[in-house]
Design a protein around this ligand. Sequence first.
Ligand SMILES: Cc1cc2nc3c(=O)[nH]c(=O)nc-3n(C[C@H](O)[C@H](O)[C@H](O)COP(=O)(O)OP(=O)(O)OC[C@H]3O[C@@H](n4cnc5c(N)ncnc54)[C@H](O)[C@@H]3O)c2cc1C
Length: 402
Amino acid sequence: MDFSLTEEQTRWRAIAREFAEQVIKPDVLRRDRLPTAAERIPWDWIRQTDEMGLRTLGVSKAFGGAGLDILTMCIIGEELAVGDLGFAVIMDQCWKMAHILGEAMTPEQQRRFIPPFVDDPAATLAIAISEPGAGSDHQGYYDAPDIDFRTTAVRDGDSYVINGTKCYISNGCMAKLYFVVARTDPSRSLREGGSVFIVPSDTPGFRAGFFHEKCSQRLATNGTFHFENCRVPATNLLVGEGQFARVRGEFMPGSKAEAAATVLGVGRAAYEYALQYAKQRVQGGKPIVQQQAVAMMLAQMAMRLDAARTQIWKAAWLADRKHPEARVLGLLAKVNASEAAFEACKLASEVLGGAAIMYDHPVEKYLRDAASFLHSDGTNQVALLRAAQALSSQTSASLYGF
Ligand SMILES: Cc1cc2nc3c(=O)[nH]c(=O)nc-3n(C[C@H](O)[C@H](O)[C@H](O)COP(=O)(O)OP(=O)(O)OC[C@H]3O[C@@H](n4cnc5c(N)ncnc54)[C@H](O)[C@@H]3O)c2cc1C
């Protein structure tokens, strides 16, 4: 078993790490405290990372991207999130759609939609599933026709007409291109009657609503927006009617591992800050890092974060190979990493003592940021229920046939 990174992975990690250290960290606390979501959007960083190839690294080389695999995206996502989780999420929403762009789209759709995304240095992508009445209920655990999922797409000649409202959407109201889930057959469950449509933000009938104000991932937007008789060509349907579950399962194979990698970055940032602080802060006659109680907290953080990273990389490695158990391990890795990161932030706040809640230090921000992934990308409870559902159908008690 070889845990060493490839030359390419090492190179991308160094690029992302340098950007996080040199560009993000020196200014992120100021930006985090700006009062409105609109003024916090880091358009300048998006453009800068575009020049470095980060924004489009999930796009195939044929269309001008870097064509990176999921494992490498996880490595890069962690590094950016050490700088800022919100910014890493803006990028990751673009990367999560890599397999949709590369494998789910028809060649005709690729020609229409990929170049405008690649050529615009500030363009981002979003996937719009959640609605006011359907959060966990679109995750596929409770999958019955009666869920309160209201967005519909009705076929009308050569078009579909979309109506409905989406909320909480990452990159919502700022993205250029949306993958929108709508019911094409409301009498059926979302798995059977849900479809995915490609909707550019300038489509008539697409109406931006507002950015949610929030205490976490403050540089990323979560938007509410509306479809009001929004007409898209039938050729904007992705894969086929009733194929939502397939799109999410087959063409977003790394989404949970990538989410896990970004929240892991926050835990790492908290650990690294707490370690430095503990080396300098003297109480009880010596640096507190030499006080056993503090040293044990630091070791505990390192233990949990390293275990989470190993699991994420394994989940990503399986996803890159389209292994049938990648989905379950992805769910478990997201739950584990978000809990490990949240725990690391809590312990970091204890290492800093009173300083932890002061705006002079970034730990209060790390704590706020880590909290988001206990429920973002599906709540941890529902993720565990979905994993349990899949595991219970296996004959072996352990994963990967061991
Ligand atoms: C930062 C952030 C970014 C997001 N980005 C996106 C995005 O880009 N696109 C998108 O479509 N959505 C996005 N979402 C929405 C996200 O998918 C939902 O928030 C998530 O699925 C949970 O739904 P909910 O918030 O409505 O919680 P609810 O579903 O209301 O859950 C509330 C509680 O009930 C529990 N619960 C719910 N159902 C069950 C059940 N059947 N059995 C047991 N317990 C249950 C949950 O575990 C939780 O504890 C984002 C959310 C956040 C916070």
